[in-house]
Design a binder for this molecule. Structure first.
Ligand code: FAD
Ligand code: EPU
Length: 350
């Protein structure tokens, strides 16, 4: 029998890179019960599985030999407190839909995170962030579910170990667990976050949450590729966070690198700037390319082979390391035929 016949479903529309690979099976899950049922089946028959939201932070490298579970467990409940709104949101809700919902309800504070693709579950894992706001700033807790016994465990914010595009969920509660819901606290007293790039477009005296929302949407639509036209997963690499000493050194050579001081004394510098400065000269590997308007984004021009995207990413990493002595760590996750794998990290790459 032709081995390939076990592959049945294309994942093209379920990953924003638009990589045309197939999975043995794709199952949309809308209830906790069905999530548990599928997990038990996978466990019993030793079938690999992966849970996805919108597939906007992953790169499938080849056909997947297991079950792709698309999490669509939804629901939002709101509790009113004296000074805040407490939202309990299930992990299959789409992030941007939640931002719109809160604006409609008059709960202000999420507007800086408008138009970020993906679902709530991954927003917590990834500690999504943009324009001066991170998920951790509004998170109260993350509920995870043990898929073996359906026990729900609440991880309070302090224990989530959130940091730049990072959380405990990248290291712990991976096997046999799923993110089920998150708790979000929105203060009734609105505190606008005016990130410097917003200042150009906003008249401070006329500021309101809707104006910030509209501006963020405008900036993002202008700067980021349209997912319906160009496959990508947002920033391919993280902005490097380096010591003050290293920052001093590189800034003495390149004084105009955009950089941001971190609360821990470290300095985050712009990876997009480094890539732009290197000048890769319209480099293209197959259908994989660097997005012209935002150099931290790698794009699938049409039918990119994921290996070409990987090749391009490696060239970028090597070149930036050679020129600036700075290591670019991937932000996105890589998935091979059996599951997630670590690639392009310092230890195993060169
Ligand atoms: P997926 O890609 O589906 O999954 C990501 C990881 O989470 C996978 O390992 C998956 O197995 C795991 N996972 C997903 N759901 C669960 C669950 N319920 N339980 C357990 N594990 C789970 N990110 C930012 O932070 N800021 C930005 O401004 C931003 N802009 C972007 C712009 C574009 C155009 C794109 C394409 C991406 C952007 N991103 C940004 C990255 C991306 O949107 C986020 O990382 C997002 O949180 C990913 O959500 P997802 O549901 O698509 O995750
Ligand atoms: N820049 C360049 N060349 C470029 C793009 C940017 O030199 O091609 C310079 C500009 O000076 C610009 C600065 O870099 O002012 C920062 O650029 P931008 O505002 O686009 O932000 P970023 O640091 O490249 C980060 C996040 C984005 C998030 C934006 C807005 C990371 C890895 N990326 O990008 O998140 O939307 O800030 O806050 O932290 C994502 O994580 O997928 C993502 C898109």
């Amino acid at each position: 029998m032709n081995k390939n016949r076990i592959y049945q479903k294309s994942l093209k529309d379920l990953n924003t890179f638009s990589i045309d690979v197939i999975a043995k099976k794709i199952i949309f899950v809308r209830t906790i019960q069905s999530l548990i049922k599928i997990y038990k089946k996978c466990n019993l028959f030793n079938i690999p599985y992966i849970i996805l939201g919108e597939g906007s932070n992953v790169l499938f490298l080849e056909n997947y030999k297991g079950i792709v579970i698309i999490n669509r467990i939804k629901g939002i409940t709101v509790k009113e407190k004296k000074h805040s709104w407490l939202l309990h949101v299930f992990s299959g809700e789409k992030w941007h839909d939640l931002v719109k919902y809160t604006l409609r309800m008059g709960f202000f504070g999420l507007e800086n995170l408008a138009l970020i693709p993906g679902c709530l579950g991954s927003a917590a894992i990834q500690n999504i962030g943009a324009y001066g706001l991170e998920f951790k700033n509004i998170c109260q807790y993350v509920d995870i579910i043990c898929l073996e016994n359906a026990k729900i465990i609440r991880i309070e914010k302090k224990l989530c170990k959130f940091s730049y595009r990072d959380s405990i969920f990248k290291y712990k509660y991976k096997e046999k667990y799923a993110i089920l819901a998150v708790g979000i606290k929105i203060l009734k007293k609105w505190n606008p976050i005016i990130f410097t790039s917003l200042l150009k477009n906003i008249n401070i005296s006329k500021i309101n949450p809707y104006r910030i929302y509209n501006n963020i949407c405008k900036i993002r639509k202008k700067k980021l590729p349209n997912l319906n036209k160009l496959g990508n997963a947002g920033s391919f690499f993280k902005n490097p966070v380096i010591s003050k000493k290293d920052a001093k050194q590189i800034l003495s050579l390149y004084s105009n690198i955009p950089y941001y001081s971190q609360i821990n004394g470290y300095i985050k510098i712009s990876a997009a700037w480094l890539i732009e400065k290197y000048n890769f000269n319209n480099i293209q590997i197959g259908d994989a390319a660097i997005y012209k308007k935002q150099k931290l984004i790698l794009v699938n021009l049409k039918k990119a082979n994921p290996r070409d995207i990987l090749k391009l990413a490696k060239i970028i990493q090597k070149s930036i390391l050679k020129k600036f002595k700075i290591w670019l760590e991937p932000e996105i996750e890589f998935i091979n035929s059996l599951g997630k794998i670590k690639l392009l990290n310092k230890k195993n790459n060169f």
